[in-house]
Design a protein. Structure first.
Length: 439
């Protein structure tokens, strides 16, 4: 088979057959199809889409392109469940939800991604913790999940390797925002991780790959339908990404905010709402709870009791991080050379969150090209939420940069990305909907 025929078929609006999909996945996995041909096909899929049938086949073929985990022999006394987000700016939910869910009796083998487009990556963020091995041997990963209850790691070379390759090509070719490609990318990794259940966080808004509720709902249905075909029980929450989630965006700065949350020191309201809603849904999906209020209460108690923080600390130690990280996180995290507030005036009315993500890339917190090294210390803190009143005391955000020039550029980008007015805008809900497939 010639790969140019596969590209031409999709370019002309055709449906890829089983052999063509397998040829693509094999070529992605063994590297025999070059990046330029993969990019051309990704763009043709982006423009012409895929049927549910095609996307389902692509998902299953990508899931089987490497090791498929099986937790049966570990005799875990709780469900194996994970959460995955379609990507946002300031999304540090994973660092909170994994230990909270573990404290509530779940086992969470969280295999996360690196930054994609303007959105940040969990793997990059966790690597701000000195010594933390985000790419452990499989046995270490398995043992950590088993003994601690959760492990957050990066995508290993042997798990859905076909996705790993196409993901990095999509990242730099403007082909991320495709419903079938996002569906196959996310679900292939989750199916390969051997989960009993999955909760998806489909982000919607100016910082999401799906800017409108209609597009987010289309993606949610695609994910649920494809997951159902593969036998993976999945609930989806559609959550707001019209502003930075929490008060920080970057890498180390997000870990710092996460530690403050887990220690129950500061829990920003919107972040708290998303964490409790998603984590509560993990308890519902797995049948550990039947009532959403009880589920949320249990998750909240996991934080207030200190149990979730203790689990994060044990996970960190098991994967090579400092034993006292949760207590002394600030002394371990890298710090930027230049730290400076950005002032504005009036109420924050709306934020171009994608532009904030792009400003992070310019600061060095995100990638422009495959494999680029990041500066984990840079980013934004103290981000004012929509509705906040800015004045001489209350900045729009604090920039953490590697140089004064970078700080000046970031300030300009931030001010251009955020609108202010004399009056506060109406409040927006943070959770736009919950889809369980039963309704
Ligand atoms: N997250 C993924 O894992 N893949 C995508 O394509 C988008 C978000």
């Amino acid at each position: 088979m010639l790969f140019t025929d596969v590209i031409r078929s999709k370019r002309d609006g055709g449906e890829l057959n089983d052999e063509q999909i397998q040829f693509l996945v094999d070529g992605l996995t063994d590297g025999s199809i070059p990046a330029e041909q993969i990019s051309a096909l990704a763009m043709a899929i982006f423009l012409n889409g895929m049927t549910f049938e095609e996307a389902g086949k692509l998902t299953l073929a990508m899931a089987s392109s490497g090791t498929v985990l099986d937790w049966q022999s570990d005799n875990l006394d709780g469900p194996v469940v994970d959460k995955h987000s379609t990507g946002g700016v300031g999304d540090k939910v994973s660092f909170l939800l994994a230990p909270i869910a573990a404290a509530c009796g779940c086992f969470v083998p969280m295999i996360s991604g690196r930054g994609l487009g303007h959105t940040g990556g969990t793997t990059d963020k966790i690597e701000s913790i000195p010594g933390y091995n985000s790419m452990p041997e499989f046995e270490t990963f398995r043992q950590t999940v088993k003994s601690v209850g959760c492990a957050i790691i990066g995508q290993t070379t042997d798990l859905a390797p076909a996705d790993r390759r196409i993901y990095s090509i999509r990242d730099v070719t403007g082909t991320v925002e495709s419903v079938p490609l996002i569906t196959a990318s996310i679900l292939s990794k989750k199916i390969a991780a051997g989960l009993d259940a999955l909760v998806m966080d489909v982000k919607v808004g100016s910082g999401a790959f799906m800017p409108t509720d209609e597009q987010a709902t289309e993606l949610a249905h695609s994910i649920m339908a494809t997951a159902a075909k593969a036998g993976l029980k999945t609930h989806v929450l559609i959550t707001d990404m019209n502003e930075v989630l929490g008060t920080t965006a970057g890498n180390a700065v997000e870990i710092e905010e996460s530690m403050r949350y887990l220690r129950n020191d500061v829990r920003e309201a919107r972040l708290d709402e998303v964490v409790l809603a998603l984590c509560g849904e993990m308890l519902i999906t797995t049948g550990l709870e039947t009532d959403r209020n009880n589920a949320r209460r249990r998750c909240d108690e996991a934080v207030t009791s200190g149990h979730a923080a203790e689990i994060f600390g044990r996970m960190c130690t098991a994967l090579g991080g400092p034993v006292d990280f949760v207590d002394n996180y600030s002394s371990y995290l890298p710090k930027a050379k230049v730290i400076r507030p950005v002032f504005g005036k009036g109420y924050v009315t709306d934020v171009d969150t994608r532009a904030v993500g792009n400003a992070l890339i310019e600061l060095g917190a995100g990638r422009r090209s495959v494999g680029e090294e990041l500066d984990l210390s840079v980013g934004f803190t103290d981000f004012a939420p929509v509705g906040a009143m800015l004045d001489k005391e209350r900045p729009l955000a604090v920039v953490h940069a590697a140089s004064s020039e970078d700080a000046v550029a970031a300030e300009k980008n931030l001010l251009a990305a955020c609108n202010t007015a004399e009056y506060a805008p109406a409040e927006r809900p943070i959770v736009h909907g919950i889809l369980t497939g039963d309704t």
